[in-house]
Write a protein that binds this ligand. Structure first.
Ligand code: NAG
Length: 341
């Protein structure tokens, strides 16, 4: 009961401290939201009727030292015509307001296109807050991303076209796996050379409905799993994969990118070298990376325990934007052009 009360209180606070998007550039304003409960506000929303010709980008920012990177990512995404708006979710409650004012000025000054940009200070550092549904988001698709990866415009637009033909799936570029360790007889977090079941929030595109599922549905089970995310200070991305796979009974879709600038971040750092083509040598893992994997494995086991089942499902292959703008899809184990049956 305690947890439920706390969480509702948090929801209210998030909304009270919601820094509204301002259409006037160079003005950074904080306003109080009229609606105290985002779940209530979203209940009546018909997600299917939302516009699906554009996306909303939700970028998590936390580290002040990474602000230049954040600016670069926002500028890059703002230059794409498929981006309706960009919400920078600032998760560090100790950042001085003045610094955020400057950041906001810079973000709007250097934006390239017509996308509206807003900066929202999250009142707590809870990682669950990044998945909070927001009434201002008027597109069906949202792109969830971290402040460590810049994806080129063409790949962003390609990913969106893949999402449009797979609107129920999570679409991503960076993938991981769950696995079952036969010796330890338990679930683990790992990387497989040829299959995956988890997309990371370095780039995660999905329908907005899943934000609602994550934050508002699922009763005490979801409440408890969001609690795991808070306790572990990690794994909100894994939980979102659980939520989507459980709803859909299908794994995510991996898309290829042409140019990715990956600066790595504290959380994903230790994983960078795991992106190998030919499998992973456990013996070669640094102790930090082993620790990171263990924590992520623990999350998987906790989510599995609470749900009483393992909803994650494997997907194989990746969709690539090959020569001639032709997408390749895997069908019955073979790579074929997506528009061919
Ligand atoms: C804003 O931009 C100026 C000029 O590029 C830079 O010196 C400053 O550090 C930036 N500040 C923030 C908070 O982004």
């Amino acid at each position: 009961m305690d947890q439920i009360g706390t969480s509702n209180a948090f929801f209210s606070i998030w909304f009270l401290l919601f820094l509204a998007l301002s259409v006037t550039p160079l003005v950074f304003s904080r306003t109080l939201s009229a609606d105290p409960d985002p779940c209530d506000a979203m209940k009546l929303r018909d997600f299917q009727k939302l516009r699906s010709d554009q996306i909303t980008v939700l970028i998590n920012g936390y580290s002040e030292s990474r602000i230049p990177l954040l600016q670069s990512i926002v500028a890059a995404y703002s230059g794409s015509s498929i981006v309706s708006s960009i919400l920078v979710l600032w998760g560090n409650p100790t950042t001085p307001a003045q610094l955020l004012d400057h950041l906001y000025h810079n973000l709007t000054r250097y934006s390239l296109g017509t996308a509206s940009i807003s900066l929202i200070q999250q009142p707590s550092s809870s990682l669950n807050a990044r998945f909070l549904p927001r009434p201002s988001v008027d597109t069906r698709a949202v792109l969830i991303c971290d402040d460590d990866v810049e994806v080129d415009k063409k790949s962003l637009e390609f990913a969106f076209s893949v999402w449009k033909s797979n609107p129920d799936r999570l679409v991503g570029m960076f993938v991981r796996s769950h696995g079952f360790d036969l010796q330890g007889k338990d679930w683990i977090y790992t990387v497989h050379p040829d299959k995956y079941s988890i997309v990371l929030t370095k780039f995660m595109m999905m329908k907005q409905d899943y934000l609602f599922e994550y934050s508002c549905n699922g009763g005490v089970e979801m409440e408890e799993m969001r609690g795991v995310v808070d306790t572990m200070r990690n794994c909100e991305d894994i939980l979102m994969n659980f939520v989507a796979a459980d709803k859909l009974r299908a794994g995510p879709v991996m898309v290829g990118a042409e140019r990715v600038r990956d600066w790595g971040d504290a959380r994903n750092d230790e994983e960078e070298q795991e992106q190998v083509e030919n499998g992973v040598r456990e013996a070669g893992l640094s102790s930090r990376r082993v620790e990171h994997r263990k924590r992520r494995g623990k999350c998987i086991r906790e989510f599995h325990r609470v749900m009483g089942k393992m909803p994650l499902m494997y997907s194989y292959g990746k969709v690539v934007n090959s020569v001639g703008e032709q997408g390749l899809c895997r069908k019955s184990g073979k790579l074929v052009f997506c528009d061919r049956d």
